[in-house]
Design a protein around this ligand. Structure first.
Ligand SMILES: [Zn+2]
Length: 213
C-alpha cells in the first residue's frame, strides 16, 4: 500500500459452525475454534470464512506451552528438465521424487509442511524442511488455540516452491537449469506443539528452529 493512511478492517469472528467467539490476532487469516474444533481460512475474494481441515501433531511426554499453525500441502511434483554438474537431486526434491529423482523423471508425491506464522527466512526453511521430511504423528483435534496464522494457502504454496528450490541450491553441485511444476491438492492446517525456552519458542517434536515467544 503506497498511501500512508492504512485502513484496518475488523472481521467479525464468530465461529460459523457454533457461534462462539473465535480468538484471533490482527493479522491472522486462519482461525481455529477451540469450542467446536473447526478451522477456517479467510477468503479475501468472497470475504468469508471457508472451512479447512485441522489436525494436531502430538508430543507425548512433553510439557507443551502452545501450538503454532502450519499449512499441510499435499503436492505432486513433475520435473521437465534439470541440468547440473552433479547427477542427482538432493534435499526436498529427492524426498518427493524418490528413485525417480535419479533418472530425472517424475512425478513424485508428498506433503509440504510450511509455517503459517511469521518467522525468519532461516527458521522458515528449517521448519519446512524438517516437517516435510519427517511425518509427525497426528492426534485428535485439541481444544488449544492456534494463533498467529498470518499466511494463507496462496502464500504457503509460494513458500513451498521457495523451500524446494532453496534445498536444491544448497547442494554442492551446480544447478544450471530446472523446469518443474507442482500440483497442489487441498490444504489442511496442522497444529505443531512448541515449548518455551526463556523468551523463545522451539518446536517440541523435531527441534528444527525457534521463534520469539
Ligand atoms: Zn465453533
Amino acid at each position: 500500500m503506497s498511501d500512508s493512511s492504512v485502513e484496518f478492517e475488523l472481521v467479525p469472528l464468530d465461529c460459523p459452525t457454533c457461534g462462539a467467539a473465535v480468538d484471533a490476532r490482527g493479522e491472522d487469516v486462519v482461525y481455529y475454534c477451540t469450542a467446536c474444533r473447526n478451522g477456517y481460512s479467510f477468503d479475501v475474494a468472497s470475504r468469508s470464512l471457508e472451512p479447512i481441515e485441522v489436525a494436531f501433531a502430538t508430543a507425548p511426554n512433553v510439557a507443551v506451552d502452545g501450538y503454532l499453525p502450519f499449512w499441510m500441502l499435499p503436492a505432486r511434483i513433475g520435473i521437465h528438465q534439470r541440468q547440473a554438474s552433479g547427477a542427482s537431486f538432493g534435499g526436498l526434491m529427492s524426498f518427493f521424487l524418490g528413485d525417480g529423482g535419479e533418472s530425472g523423471l517424475g512425478p513424485g508425491e508428498g506433503t509440504f509442511a510450511v509455517p503459517a506464522f511469521h518467522c525468519s527466512l532461516a527458521a522458515l526453511t528449517a521448519f519446512t524442511r524438517a516437517y516435510t521430511l519427517h511425518s509427525v504423528h497426528l492426534g485428535e483435534r485439541l481444544g488449544e488455540r492456534l494463533l498467529g496464522g498470518r499466511y494463507g494457502v496462496g502464500d504457503a504454496r509460494k513458500l513451498a516452491h521457495y523451500a524446494l528450490i532453496a534445498s536444491e541450491i544448497g547442494k554442492s553441485d551446480t544447478l544450471t537449469r530446472l523446469e518443474y511444476d507442482i500440483e497442489f491438492a487441498e490444504a489442511r492446517l496442522l497444529g505443531v506443539p512448541f515449548v518455551r525456552d526463556g523468551d523463545r519458542l522451539r518446536d517440541a517434536l523435531l527441534r528444527a528452529a525457534e521463534v520469539p515467544a
